[in-house]
Ligand binder design. Structure first.
Ligand code: 7TS
Length: 404
């Protein structure tokens, strides 16, 4: 049984006050909160077995290496990758995307085309623009409609024999749209293009199966899935990871080094130069354990209830417009009220202990599409409640009165 009050007890931060009011944390799309079970794993690491990995014969180093590699296997199982070495530890989604974009520099040339979607976070736009500048490849964009859905017929027309790569997020951070990645992957493959899916916003809400999706690359950050910041992963199909050259040179990623010639280590180490975020990787595994114990089906069901309830309550407010009305969406609500600036509402809500994000959400092209400077974004996780939404609605109405 899904018991939200029991779950809330796992999150110490939910007990704190902000500006004298109980914290209501609705900025989960930016980062999720951390349960005690994951905090304990972090404390245990630094208290009991902090050591560098893959290099020491001593016990601490062995323990740290085992825990780090076991976490990789947890991540592999979670995403259903075929092999543990298809999971590359990175610093997060942005790092993972840059690793792939950098690797494609030697695989692309003038005349090649790359497709991104209009719904992307800047971290899934800028690295590809940089890649195009390095290689002469051209960037094409799948447009969106008023509901915040991708126009798939336009995508079909963009695809051709020159298309080498397609990049799309699984779920939009600014609007919550769930993109039809199955369709996109299948169509892209039909012209021989590789697909990278940005799972930064999907992984907190669903459990992707990379083999069933047949996706070439899938990336995410642990901090959005109840884990720590500074760690994430890149899943890549073995054949693709073998084709990409290493991203960074350094320790750990080599087979042999001489001044004449260096050979590289195999997967996954080829992409993991230097001392990694060891504790972060272990805690990433613990965060997935935590979420899987609750169960992603339960999580999605409950969050959908929050989404429906929050949407219904918000739409009762006069002059409130929701951006992102896709049929398939997750628990993110982006909105504005009349001509009130989102920042002003966000500031007043903060005074009442409510954390929302305001601004362009690192997705300026979406804001340009709607011709707005930004939105107020309330994003819910499984530890939020309908009662919190009620308090938020009362506070929002107060803010609107003060600003009208
Ligand atoms: N892609 C998407 C879809 C995202 O939502 C984010 C972060 C990133 C990439 C980058 O992730 P990072 O962990 O490397 O920073 N999104 C947000 C957000 O919506 N508000 O703050 C960060």
């Amino acid at each position: 049984m899904f018991d939200v009050q029991k779950i809330r007890k796992d999150f110490p931060i939910l007990n704190r006050k902000v500006n004298g009011k109980p914290l209501i944390y609705f900025d989960n799309a930016a980062t999720s909160q951390t349960p005690q079970q994951v905090i304990d794993v972090i404390v245990d690491y630094y208290t009991n077995y902090n050591a560098n990995i893959h290099r020491g014969v001593h016990s601490l180093s062995q323990e740290a290496t085992d825990a780090y590699e076991q976490a990789r296997i947890k991540i592999q199982k979670h995403f259903n990758a075929k092999q543990p070495y298809e999971i590359i530890y990175t610093a997060g989604t942005t790092h993972s995307i840059n690793l792939v974009a950098n690797g494609f520099t030697s695989l692309l040339q003038k005349g090649d085309e790359i497709i991104v979607s209009a719904l992307e976070h800047h971290s899934n736009i800028v690295p590809w623009q940089m890649l195009c500048a390095r290689t002469g490849a051209e960037l094409k964009v799948i447009p969106m409609n008023e509901d915040g859905e991708l126009i798939l017929s336009d995508f079909d027309e963009l695809l051709n024999k020159n298309t080498k790569l397609v990049f799309v997020n699984h779920i939009s951070n600014a609007l919550g749209t769930i993109n039809p990645i199955e369709y996109i992957i299948e169509k892209a493959h039909s012209v021989g293009a590789a697909v990278l899916v940005d799972g930064a916003q999907s992984c907190p809400h669903l459990k992707p199966d990379v083999q069933a999706l047949d996706v070439d690359f899938y990336v995410c950050s642990a901090h959005k899935i109840c884990g720590p910041t500074g760690v994430g992963m890149l899943y890549g199909k073995e054949e693709w990871l073998n084709k990409l050259p290493p991203y960074q040179g350094g320790g750990e990623m080599i087979a042999e080094v001489t001044f004449e010639k260096t050979t590289y280590a195999g997967l996954p180490h080829k992409f993991e130069a230097g001392t990694p975020n060891i504790c972060g990787g272990i805690a990433f595994g613990a965060a997935l354990d935590y979420m899987n114990r609750i169960g992603f089906e339960q999580i999605a069901k409950y969050e959908n209830e929050l989404l429906a309830y929050g949407t219904e309550q918000l739409l009762k407010i006069e002059a409130l417009k929701i951006y992102g009305t896709a049929k398939e969406k997750t628990s993110v609500i982006s909105f504005n009220v009349g001509s009130i600036h989102p920042y002003d509402i966000g500031t007043i809500l903060d005074k009442m202990g409510i954390a929302v994000r305001t601004g362009h959400h690192c997705a300026q092209p979406i804001m340009d599409f709607y011709k707005i400077p930004g939105t107020i974004r309330a994003s819910f996780m499984f530890y939020n409640t309908k009662e919190e939404i009620d308090t938020f609605i009362v506070a929002l109405k107060k803010a609107i009165m003060m600003l009208s």
